[in-house]
Design a protein around this ligand. Sequence first.
Ligand code: S3P
Ligand code: PEP
Length: 441
Amino acid sequence: MGHASAALQFIVQPGGHLQGRVRVPGDKSISHRSIMLGSLADGTTHVSGFLQGEDCLCTLKAFRSMGVDIEGPSASGEVTIHGVGLHGLQAPSTDLDMGNSGTSMRLMSGLMSGQAFDVRMTGDASLSKRPMKRVTVPLASMGAVIEATSAGTPPLLVRGGKALQGIDYAMPMASAQVKSSLLLAGLYAAGETSVTEPAPTRDHTERMLRGFGYEVVTEGNRIRLQGGGRLTATTIDVPSDISSAAFFMVGASIAEGSDLIIEHVGINPTRTGVIDILRLMGANLEVLNEREVGGEPVADIRVRSSALQGIQIPEHLVPLAIDEFPALFIAAAFAQGQTVLTGAEELRVKESDRIQVMADGLIACGVDAQPTPDGIVINPGNFSGGTIESHGDHRIAMSFAMAALRATQPITINDCANVNTSFPGFVELAATAGMNIRTVG
Ligand SMILES: O=C(O)C1=C[C@@H](OP(=O)(O)O)[C@@H](O)[C@H](O)C1
Ligand SMILES: C=C(OP(=O)(O)O)C(=O)O
């Protein structure tokens, strides 16, 4: 992981529009969870539409190194997982490399806490700076023993052979990773584990556990399960990732003359904040052909260009669009009037500090962007172009690529190799849809 060149650049020429039909890769959150639960189930789980991004491949390799026989992924994203049962994992002979993936590190912290063996989990430079106390502290209160750096960052050494006890935990931040980590530890804990979220977050773990026949109760913002059950193998059809679709929603909204259909997008209501926010800004988005695929709602999304308005982003939408803010800041930069975001301090602890890094990039392009502790104020102006430092953050890189559609000068984006963590084939797909984008390095 992360061996691709850090010097990879995107060079995007200004102008153009997006048209036709595109299908973006599979959902990252669902792909991770399909490997985890499929590995721990009794029986054989078939996954289609699996995201072959580096993040999910880290999760897949981790389970292979713990003795799970996993076939694929095939070129079309088919994966077959021969589950070993909740107690069938074996000690890996090496550290588990989680690459750039916070989801892998945090969810696995919970799962590994319930195993009979020790595991050491490492990550790349970005992941090694991300906060893990948000999982290690509540897991410790369940009886887990996890060693981290003094700053509470990876590498993490998770000690095995500990008896876990269920807890009733009120999460201090709205995090699906923390919720999922505790629920996965709860599978191994005595009694009930319950997590209360301050605001709804993505519920893929709960849905997928139910899909594997495990009872999970959701009452308002409280989610609970009993330890000691079993998972039964199932079939998982992974929809396209709305977080990847978001770049194209923003690109088609800002680029005059665009008319794009993004196919088979997951529209789980805990993920659709980006649609709500863009609509509040005046975007022309149609949700077509809604259907249910393997327990997750899916639709085609038609996007036509429109004149966007700056808005005050409602705080309740923040967790429902958490990964889409880099793209939404680009939309705001081309809107009429000011956009204000608050209540989004979580953006500072993603693959980069997404508030600061986006503000720096917008300013480099000539836009007035003022970071605040928990958000940003964007005053759209003359968006010229320039050179952007993505800091190895995939979502920063793809967001600025889309900005070129309305910029007046070319945009060069540095350090783009990590686009492969979530969106392999981004450059090719963007070019097919009408962008003038190439890679160098
Ligand atoms: O559970 C998940 O799959 C994810 C949860 C979110 O993180 P947080 O739980 O830290 O908000 C999100 O940013 C991440 O890309 C994926
Ligand atoms: C925050 C993200 O992922 P992770 O936390 O898994 O690294 C993301 O993909 O935007």
